[in-house]
Design a protein around this ligand. Structure first.
Ligand SMILES: Nc1nc2c(ncn2[C@@H]2O[C@H](COP(=O)(O)OP(=O)(O)OP(=O)(O)O)[C@@H](O)[C@H]2O)c(=O)[nH]1
Ligand SMILES: [Mg+2]
Length: 188
């Protein structure tokens, strides 16, 4: 029997320091580093998971949020199935930047839930997500591992539900050369 797996690409976007790399490291390696360096350019990691009976290879692209790297991100939007727009709840400016997405968002993450001094309330973030297309909103902490898997898994569920998942199917033992290229499968 052919085992089929879906290959999904998600991209983490958001200001420098909001915790994108920390979320990826927590999710893929279950590790947290309180003195992580800023990302330079773009990095990616793969994670295999099962969502509602679907085997998925999730390719997570982690972009550099600092302003000086902004132009580098553009090529990586292409072919993304989902954008994870991330801000940190203790940084108003990072939420303002999320509210002006360059490309279509899919899931919005308010990270650093563990901090005591919030600048963005849950109500404010939820209201914005509802009023701007009904984006799913998750409050996460890469530090405490709160809601991190749930946020990535929701992204996978949304992609699988919104697209003909057959478009992603990669038979492990055959390649169908008659298959047409994806026409409009990507959101970004
Ligand atoms: N308290 C707390 N700190 C966090 C959390 N997530 C990340 N941090 C810290 O915030 C800092 C920045 O985290 P990064 O993951 O490097 O942020 P980034 O979004 O990848 O930043 P760039 O690579 O510059 O775009 C690091 O010192 C992390 O340890 C969190 O959930 N809670
Ligand atoms: Mg980073």
């Amino acid at each position: 029997m052919t085992t089929k797996s879906s290959l999904l690409k998600v991209i983490l976007l958001g200001d420098g320091g909001v915790g994108k790399s920390s979320l990826m490291n927590r999710y893929v390696s279950n590790k947290f580093d309180s003195h992580l360096f800023h990302t330079i350019g773009v990095e990616f990691l793969n994670k295999e998971l099962e969502v509602d009976g679907h085997m998925v290879t999730l390719q997570i692209w982690d972009t550099a949020g600092q302003e000086r790297f902004r132009s580098l991100r553009t090529p990586f939007y292409r072919g993304s199935d989902c954008c994870l727009l991330t801000f940190s709840v203790d940084d108003n400016q990072s939420f303002a930047d999320v509210r002006n997405p360059e490309k279509c968002p899919f899931v919005v993450l308010g990270n650093k839930l563990d901090v005591t001094e919030r600048q963005v309330s849950m109500e404010e973030a939820q209201r914005w997500c509802q009023e701007n297309g009904g984006y799913p909103y998750f409050e996460t902490s890469a530090k405490d591992a709160t809601n991190v898997s749930a946020a990535f898994e929701e992204a996978v569920r949304r992609v699988l539900a919104s697209e003909d998942s057959a478009e992603h199917l990669l038979p492990t033992d055959t390649i169908d050369i008659r298959r047409k290229p994806r026409s409009n499968g990507s959101c970004c």
